[in-house]
Design a protein around this ligand. Structure first.
Ligand code: AMP
Length: 216
């Protein structure tokens, strides 16, 4: 099962990816998490990427494609994977098509979590994250429910970076959806509502069922 989670920052991709990872037992490939790990390890790539992430801009296509090419070649991806945060530009989507073809893989579904911009801005401003498991929480939450770690604010969830992140998403990443719409692969899911309701629809989409919102 190869799944692509698509949506703006703050749309709930990380939460749904965690659910899908436990459900299907396949790795979650989150390019943002990979870059943050490089920054934490103070690698050469991490030092290059740090100011770009802090400003809410995009790391170059060349670097990102290289990272993903390397990651998809690892043995744990053989049974499948959940891609999150990539591709974010049309050239990345084209490179991913080539890479998937080379590996003899294809996406089973592209799951688009749709959330209006005002709601994204509200969610991202003040959002807290667990430094251990990357789960996100609303402002005011003291510790992670999963592992009790103290929560922190991501540098790019600070007000100065939130709007640039949404602007670059609208400019460079929204066109990526059309790339997959042409292939008829996209399931669009309303990213507002309870996590349980959204998870139910995400699972239905991943399993190839028509997504219907439950009425009360
Ligand atoms: P995320 O955790 O997915 O919101 O990613 C955090 C940051 O990492 C983004 O704001 C970008 O600076 C960088 N990043 C992650 N994935 C990509 C990508 N596919 N292309 C360019 N930059 C990326």
């Amino acid at each position: 099962m190869n799944l692509l989670l698509y949506g703006a920052p703050g749309s709930g991709k990380g939460t749904q990816a965690n659910m899908l990872r436990s459900h299907f037992g396949i790795p979650h490939i989150a390019t943002g998490d990979m870059l943050r790990a490089e920054i934490a390890a103070d690698t050469e790539l991490g030092r290059q990427a740090q100011p770009i992430l802090a400003a809410g801009k995009y790391v170059s296509d060349e670097i990102m494609i290289g990272i993903v090419r390397h990651r998809l070649g690892e043995p744990d991806c053989v049974p499948g994977f959940i891609m999150d945060g990539f591709p974010r530009t049309v050239p990345q989507a084209e490179a991913l098509d080539d890479l998937m073809a080379e590996l003899g893989k294809r996406f089973d579904r592209v799951i688009y979590l749709k959330v209006p911009v005002e709601e994204l801005l509200r969610r991202l401003s003040g959002r807290l994250v667990c430094p251990t498991c990357q789960r996100t929480y609303p402002p005011g939450t003291a510790s992670c429910q999963a592992d009790a770690s103290s929560l922190v604010q991501r540098e790019d969830d600070r007000p100065a970076a939130v709007r640039p992140r949404i602007e670059i998403y609208l400019e460079k990443t929204v066109p990526v959806l059309d790339h997959y719409r042409i292939g008829g692969l996209v399931s669009e899911i309303d990213g507002r509502g309870t996590i349980e309701e959204i998870s139910r629809q995400v699972l239905a989409a991943a399993n190839g069922r028509v997504v219907k919102k439950q009425t009360a």
